[in-house]
Structures are given as C-alpha cells and as structure tokens.
Design a protein. Structure first.
Length: 128
C-alpha cells in the first residue's frame, strides 16, 4: 500500500465532480486550511461518518536518546489528533475481512491446483 497525496485526492475529486483540477485544488486547500485554523483556535472538528480532529496538550517530560543514552528534556506542546468514527472503522474492518476472505480463496485454489499436479505425478515434488 502506498501513500495518497494531496494531488491524488484532487485528481479523484476532479474526476468525480467534473471540476477542473485547479478549482478542485483550491477547494481541497481551503478545506485543509480551515481544519488547521480551527485547531489553532482550540476548536474540535467533527465530520459525521468520518471522524474527529482535535488538539491534545502534551506535558513536558524527560526522555532518553536511544542512540547515545543521553537524557533529554522534551518541551510541552500541542499535538493534532484524529479519531476515526464508528462508521469509518466498520467500513475499514469490513474491507479488511473481504480482502482476507479473497486471499484465503486464492490460496485454497492454488493449493487445490497443487494437489491436482501431485496426484498426476506422485513422484514429483512441486513444492520445493
């Protein structure tokens, strides 16, 4: 699985809506800017059926550099968080289950073909 870029999103939306890629890019950038500005203002964003964006405060803490073992102080800060909705989680899990079932069926078909070859030539080992 590869990453989906902003350009990929723009291309997909432009293809579905018939808008130009330039207009679609402006819309996508405005959408992302409005999310960022809302988070900067301390507001949570809820998109029903998709998920919620929010900001979480992280406390200052000490940590250890894994390479040198040196103790380092990490400053307090804000961290953007995305929480998927129940609906999105259900869709993703359903897709994962369907993909697993499809792979299981392919594997079963492949193994059945292997067994057929084994029965025709019992002395030959195809698995090696």
């Amino acid at each position: 699985m590869g990453n989906v870029t902003k350009k990929d999103i723009v291309d997909a939306i432009a293809a579905r809506t018939g808008l130009t890629q330039v207009d679609t890019k402006i819309i996508v950038e405005c959408f992302l800017d409005s999310i960022a500005k809302s988070l900067l203002q301390g507001k949570n964003i809820e998109i029903r059926g998709f998920g919620r964006f929010k900001v979480k405060e992280k406390k200052a803490r000490t940590a250890r550099n894994p390479r040198t073992g040196e103790i380092v102080q990490i400053d307090a800060g804000l961290k953007p968080i995305f929480e998927a909705s129940k609906e999105l989680k259900l869709v993703l899990n359903q897709l994962v289950e369907e993909a697993a079932e499809e792979m299981q069926a392919k594997l079963t078909d492949s193994l059945q073909g292997q067994d057929d070859r084994d029965s025709r030539n019992p002395g030959r080992d195809y698995r090696a």
